[in-house]
Design a protein around this ligand. Sequence first.
Ligand SMILES: Nc1nc2c(ncn2[C@@H]2O[C@H](COP(=O)(O)OP(=O)(O)OP(=O)(O)O)[C@@H](O)[C@H]2O)c(=O)[nH]1
Ligand SMILES: [Mg+2]
Length: 451
Amino acid sequence: MASIASSLGDEKEKSLQSLFSQPVRFHLLYKSSHHGAQLSTLLSSFDTSGKFVLVVFLQTGEVRGGFTSRSLKVGRKFDDEEAFVFEVNRRSKRFPALRSAKAVEVHFTDSGQAIGFGQQAGYKGSVFGQPLSSTSSPVAVSFGKLALRWMLVCFRLDVGDLLPSPWREVSWTDWTRQSLRQNFASYKLVLETLPRVRALLLGPVGSGKSSLVNSIRSTIYRHWNFLSLLFSVTQLKSYDIRAEKGGSPSALSLCDVMAIGDEDFAGLSYSDTLDIIKGHVPEGYKFQSDFPINDKINGYRAAPTLKDQIHCVLFVLDAAKVTSYSSSLRTSLRRLHTTVSDLGIPQLILLTHVDQVCCAVKESMMSVYSSRVVQEKAAQLVGLPLSYVLPVKNYISQLSVDLNTDILLLNVVNSILQAVDDTLEDEYPGVITGPLPKEQLLTHRTEFPTL
Ligand SMILES: Nc1nc2c(ncn2[C@@H]2O[C@H](COP(=O)(O)OP(=O)(O)OP(=O)(O)O)[C@@H](O)[C@H]2O)c(=O)[nH]1
Ligand SMILES: [Mg+2]
């Protein structure tokens, strides 16, 4: 798609952008001269949701079009208060629809195919005959005529999409991936008596906890990892992350558990979570919401040692849902965060599903730190500073791994080890014997956050 030049040109593109109050980017979906002047082809190019701009290039050299905040469908007439018609010149002008209830209309019948904007939108022939004015703004695109006389281009509008500069600098190269991989594989914890860091994945249902284990293994093993992890886990299950497939275990082990509860789902209770963190709960323990963990359960560790405890808590949150999390879930997350802070355990937020909140990120993970939406989602997370938020995309169906996704996932594993080492250094200043790890490439942590 990117190879089909948009025909708008820099000057007209800037002029069109000036019609919107927020910064926007145009992503080309359809061009009649390339795809054919068929309404059905145009409609099939629309994403199911989003905002769209149709631009018509008239023979006279004039450029006009319409904006709609909804995806177009055949036979649909819809209310769109945001819809407007525009003309693009050196200074562009926008004209609101006269009646928002019929702002946009799509006809596709034997007698005609048309898309209309404005009061009398329709296929009866009102096309770009008259000059636009602030009192009259019907604009329709009739496909019969389009084939002969005009060119129609359709863009998806990515609103407020990219920040002028990313909030974290990353060099998206194979060298970075190799360095992060190497660093992780050879990582030696500063406390030699601690063989492995146990990082606990905590989060609501479906936030991507199990997929994260799968994704990290896929990254390390260099191919998509088939694990039957994607059934909701009801047991405490630890996964060693090997430095390479079949190799010796790395310094990291990830602990997957059932989701944190809210008013609709009983889930993992606060007290059971604390027992896991403190190291009382044996591997494989099956959680029961109506039966809290106590010292009578089989395998209960009454006096857990450092290696039994959780050394890092990872809050795994879904970027597409984080703003709609229930207040009880938010309260649980805050309470856990405060307790974990009081225990002196490092914590990070892993923001998953970032590919679902921003089109630019969906296209390329390289945009993840430039995406305004991702940054806003990250900032809304229980008030944590951005430096504790690591956006990731999980591998969910790809059969092969991808450079940029790998870099984000490798940054997660290195950041966990670094966060634990920083804490251990403070807690055991006299007994640190191991070598200090190499400086991490993407980590910018200074202190543990307080909500
Ligand atoms: N698009 C997208 N989908 C994701 C991502 N991470 C997970 N998913 C999908 O989200 C769904 C839930 O993922 P899981 O890994 O099972 O979530 P979970 O947190 O383990 O869920 P529970 O164990 O039920 O609490 C699955 O369908 C995944 O394929 C992501 O980063 N992007
Ligand atoms: Mg799971």
